[in-house]
Design a protein around this ligand. Structure first.
Ligand SMILES: Cc1ncc(COP(=O)(O)O)c(C=O)c1O
Length: 492
């Protein structure tokens, strides 16, 4: 009765039958109404709570339908003996909340590799705004065109498109992508070599599982993208960091022991420093991989956005039958939440990858893939990339102008190659980039410390600054805040 009074006081606008239902359900879950106990007849409860009998009957009926109560003809209404399956989770949640008094459950121990993943997790909770790196301007996405296609397909969707996906994804999308990649990225491919994945992370996960065994050595760039390192590590691979310089991956004598099974590189635009792998290094890497039966994984994450000179052709297309798995994504060209990426596999690997992909992830999203296929075929994709390239180029110019005006020259990282969605601001080595980034974040400005992209001892201090997702006008105020944070750090 007291619980009922409290509930009505807390939310008097809630319909009485819903409130009574919630109150009784809670009492069943926390054991105050134990299994098999008898509920008062609806008429008695109605008069006790000053409710209509209908209200009580409604609440009882709902609880009966959900399996919390049962009736015995002639004997009355009882709490069920067995809790319905779909409330097991709720019961735990409710019980722990009652015990601790808040929503913070004490952490439950994970496996060793789970602990490692969570301890070193780098994904930020802030994914939009000045100066989040690697995020495109999603507000410019031509959603009207996209939804027109999608709405047409939804009018009478073929049932196959609403079921599971198999065979590496929707054929028409793979077909359109093959044309696009051949033209725009000089990738050697036909549609059967393509597998559509839910982002680059899923592609890397599949590569790690199908081509690597626990303790196999893999090379990643240092500094490099933490996401790939995390996926490889949790798959039990031995990740070795190989430094990069202005010509890209630069293995040293110490790396040449047992050859790596997999070599992860970003040759068109090294992530995060920005260098382009030289032709000399490309040929040497292809030669090395062929000799040692290693696979190169080319992560071509943002190479559509190059603001001067010619596009850099892919490593995969440099020689016929290159030992390269090419990986690309729609996250930067369209929007990251689409979670759609693709890999181009050597012909002998494609069928196994496509089969394993369905087996492991039970993929779907065929209707989105069909929409995307039409979007590309109609020329909207290429047009959107062209348009965004101009927008990003002018935002990048604006950011560099701010840097020069407020900080002077020499702050842009020397490997910068005028491309992508972010740049690296080089800091004096004695300046702590983590502290600058933290101070900026406290004032709602998101920059990422370069040192966090090193697995080992960082050799440089800097800040990754995304310029894509804010307009020139919106950059000014956050940039001034950043300058204040840098000055404060310098004075400290
Ligand atoms: C180098 C690099 N590769 C891959 C990705 C992730 O791509 P996706 O969103 O398709 O998982 C990112 C994301 O920022 C990245 O920086």
């Amino acid at each position: 009765m007291q619980r009922w009074m409290d509930l009505r006081k807390a939310d008097p606008r809630q319909p009485a039958n819903r409130a009574l239902y919630g109150c009784l359900r809670q009492a069943i879950l926390d054991g105050s109404l134990p299994a098999s106990s008898r509920l008062p007849p609806s008429r008695d409860l109605a008069s006790e709570l000053k409710l209509s009998r209908n209200t009580v009957m409604h609440a009882y009926e709902q609880l009966l339908a959900e399996g919390y109560l049962r009736t015995l003809t002639g004997s009355g209404t009882f709490v069920a003996d067995v809790v319905p399956d779909n409330i097991l989770w709720t019961r735990t949640g409710a019980a722990s909340r009652l015990k601790t008094g808040d929503d913070q459950a004490p952490p439950i121990p994970l496996s060793g590799r789970g602990r490692g993943l969570v301890k070193d997790a780098s994904a930020s909770s802030i994914q939009w705004g000045a100066f989040v790196p690697g995020v495109p301007d999603v507000t410019e996405f031509p959603y009207r065109k996209f939804t027109q296609i999608s709405a047409r397909l939804w009018r009478r969707p073929p049932p196959e498109l609403l079921s599971y996906s198999s065979g590496g994804g929707y054929y028409e999308l793979r077909h359109e992508l093959a044309i696009h990649l051949r033209q725009a990225r000089s990738v050697n491919c036909d549609p059967d070599q393509i597998v559509i994945t839910e982002g680059v992370h899923q592609a890397v996960d599949l590569i790690a599982r199908l081509l690597g065994d626990p303790q196999d050595k893999v090379w990643v760039e240092e500094p490099g993208y933490w996401g790939i390192r995390s996926v490889l590590t949790i798959n039990g691979l031995r990740v070795e960091s190989v430094p990069v310089d202005e010509e890209g991956l630069a293995p040293e004598a110490r790396h040449h022991g047992r050859p790596p099974k997999l070599i992860f590189v970003t040759p068109s635009h090294q992530y995060p420093l920005g260098s382009v792998m030289s032709l000399r290094r490309r040929l040497a890497l292809l030669e090395y991989a062929s000799q040692h039966s290693s696979w190169i994984v080319e992560d071509d994450y943002d190479s559509e956005f190059r603001f001067s000179g010619h596009p850099i052709p892919s490593l995969q297309g440099l020689v016929p039958d290159a030992p390269v798995i090419y990986v690309g994504t729609f996250s930067k060209t369209l929007y990251p939440g689409m979670r759609s990426a693709y890999m181009v596999l050597p012909k002998g690997l494609a069928a196994s990858f496509s089969k394993a992909h369905s087996e492991l992830y039970r993929e779907g999203h065929l209707l989105t893939q069909a929409t995307l296929a039409e979007f590309i075929k109609a020329g909207y994709y290429a047009a959107h990339i062209r348009r965004m390239r101009l927008i990003y180029a002018s935002r990048r110019t604006a950011l560099i102008a701010f840097i020069e005006k407020w900080l002077g020259s020499g702050w842009l990282h020397p490997y910068d190659s005028n491309a992508g969605l972010h740049l690296v601001l080089s800091l004096p080595n004695e300046m702590n980039d983590v502290q600058v980034a933290r101070a900026a974040l406290e004032r709602a400005v998101a920059v990422r410390p370069l040192s966090k992209y090193y697995a080992g001892q960082p050799t440089e201090s800097g800040l990754l600054m995304g310029f894509a997702c804010v307009s020139e006008q919106e950059m000014r105020a956050p940039f001034e805040i950043l300058v204040e944070c840098l000055r404060a750090q310098n004075a400290a």
